[in-house]
Design a protein around this ligand. Structure first.
Ligand SMILES: [Zn+2]
Length: 485
């Protein structure tokens, strides 16, 4: 029985996508799909190898007459994000993804589709099986575990690949060529808390919530409120003798914090004044953010008496000062690529224990030294406040190179094929190319793909016409590169 994908073009690509969607392949569970990929190589009598973590490379020899051409790596990732709507009965460990055609798009029935990166894989397998293409020696690289931490790319051995030109098929915007990504790294500041022996006054809980949050890379330039920093702003320098007991906010290092709360002790005679001043400041903030944040809320409510005594007043003030001093948002825009955030920082999480408070930040930059500078700035702020500083292991940037020979070749091909210029972009988030570029510093890379909307969500869909044009671009690129030695 044919599936709804049977009549789509290019037939070979869609045939492989149809097979891929039937095989479970959530992140860290790629073994069955790896087996399928290897079986296609074997069926075609083509050499392949797999490393200890599961990454695969298939070595397709050059087509006749192109043996002297440069080697090209074609890369896609084996895993998909497995998300479904609550009302859908689907077991990602064994059920095939159910697909349907809606207008010009292919989508799934209440689950992620896996077009990220199933279309890329299917294109690579179609290249493998299509004997009519002209190309130099090819290495078809399939990495594991891209979606949950880029660990497949992270384990690539320096001798796994021979080519020094790489086409990454994991982008989601037809007509855009991606030539860079941000590196990133988290920094943790830990401060020993100085507390009073006892507490006097009324306990209040101050909750700042309703910020939009979002991804700390992709959404960092949108000017959304950082709940932790805004709460610190409400409380800093209030000129009322209150003390903090705790301050909590944020959940993930890569998300802009949407909510933060503080428990405070306020002298009984100052409670009304405290509430009034904090509420006045909140109204000012709401006004400032009126176009971006429409749901910001402040709630001050009585809190039950805490076992933990309040922080010393000078420590409360120091903590709030540090939270205000840590930069949040865009630190620099790229001078080369329009609208690209080059460097940013997210004040991500704060957690209070009885004896210490930990503040976590997440920095990103597409320039390695600028990333280090951003992290050093946070270290400096921490040092001024007497914090212990821990830099967690980061991931490398893929710094855009507008002089890349591959980019210039592909721009010419695209112009000929489509009749207009492609957009050249970079993204302010981590990609496998960043990691591959660190292991193979001479690798000339580009990332492109068909139009894909809402990846990682059950609304994921891929545009059918763009897949065909993506295929033509890939084929034309391989043919052009087969003339380069
Ligand atoms: Zn992907």
């Amino acid at each position: 029985m044919g599936s709804v994908l049977t009549n789509l073009k290019p037939a070979l690509l869609w045939h492989h996508f149809d097979e891929i969607r039937k095989i479970p392949h959530c992140s860290k569970q790629e073994a069955l799909l790896a087996k399928y990929v290897l079986s296609i190589a074997e069926k075609n009598g083509i050499d392949s190898k797999q490393d200890t973590v599961g990454n695969i490379v298939i070595q397709k020899p050059a087509s006749m007459g192109c043996e002297k051409a440069i080697s090209i790596v074609i890369q896609s990732h084996l895993d998909m994000v497995c998300e479904k709507n609550a009302d859908v009965d689907h077991d990602f460990t064994k059920d095939p993804i159910q697909v349907k055609i809606e207008g010009e798009w292919v989508t799934a029935c209440g689950t992620t589709l896996g077009a990220d990166n199933g279309i890329g894989m299917a294109a690579a397998l179609a290249v493998l099986e299509d004997s009519n293409l002209r190309h130099g020696p090819l290495e078809l690289l399939f990495t594991v575990d891209e979606e949950s931490g880029l660990t497949g790319a992270g384990h690539l051995k320096p001798d796994f690949l021979h080519g020094r030109t790489l086409l990454n098929l994991d982008s989601e915007e037809e007509g855009s060529f991606f030539i860079g990504c941000a590196g990133g790294g988290d920094t943790e500041l830990t401060l020993p808390i100085k507390r009073l022996a006892s507490d006097e006054g009324e306990h209040l809980c101050v909750v700042f919530s309703g910020c939009r949050g979002g991804h700390s890379g992709i959404d960092i330039h949108t000017g959304r409120g950082n709940a932790i920093q805004l709460l610190a702003r409400l409380l800093f320098n209030l000129k009322i003798p209150f003390n903090l007991i705790n301050l909590e906010g944020g959940n993930k290092h890569n998300a802009i914090p949407r909510e933060a709360s503080a428990t405070v002790v306020v002298p009984k005679t100052d409670v009304d004044k405290f509430k009034r001043k904090v509420k006045d400041r909140f109204q000012e903030i709401r006004f400032e953010y009126k176009t971006v944040e429409k749901e910001m809320t402040l709630n001050i409510s009585p809190a039950s008496r805490d076992k933990t005594p309040p922080m010393k007043p000078e420590f409360s003030e120091l903590l709030l000062a540090i939270l205000l001093a840590i930069p949040h948002g865009v630190l620099a825009m790229s001078q080369e690529i329009p609208d690209l955030v080059e460097t940013s920082n997210n004040l991500a999480i704060i957690r209070t224990k009885e004896n210490e408070v930990t503040i976590s930040t997440s920095s990103r930059s597409s320039v390695g030294s600028a990333l280090e500078a951003a992290r050093t700035k946070i270290e400096a702020i921490g040092k001024l406040g007497g914090a212990q500083i821990k830099h967690l292991e980061g991931y490398p940037a893929w710094t855009p190179n507008l002089q890349s020979p591959l980019l210039n070749t592909m721009k010419t091909i695209y112009q000929k094929l489509v009749g207009k210029k492609p957009e050249v972009k970079a993204i302010h988030a981590g990609l496998e190319c960043g990691i591959i570029g660190e292991k193979y510093p001479e690798m000339d890379m580009i990332s492109f793909g068909p139009d894909l909307k809402h990846p990682h969500s059950p609304d994921e869909k891929v545009h059918i016409g763009s897949v065909e044009r993506f295929w033509k671009l890939l084929v034309a690129t391989l043919e052009n590169l087969s003339q380069q030695q």
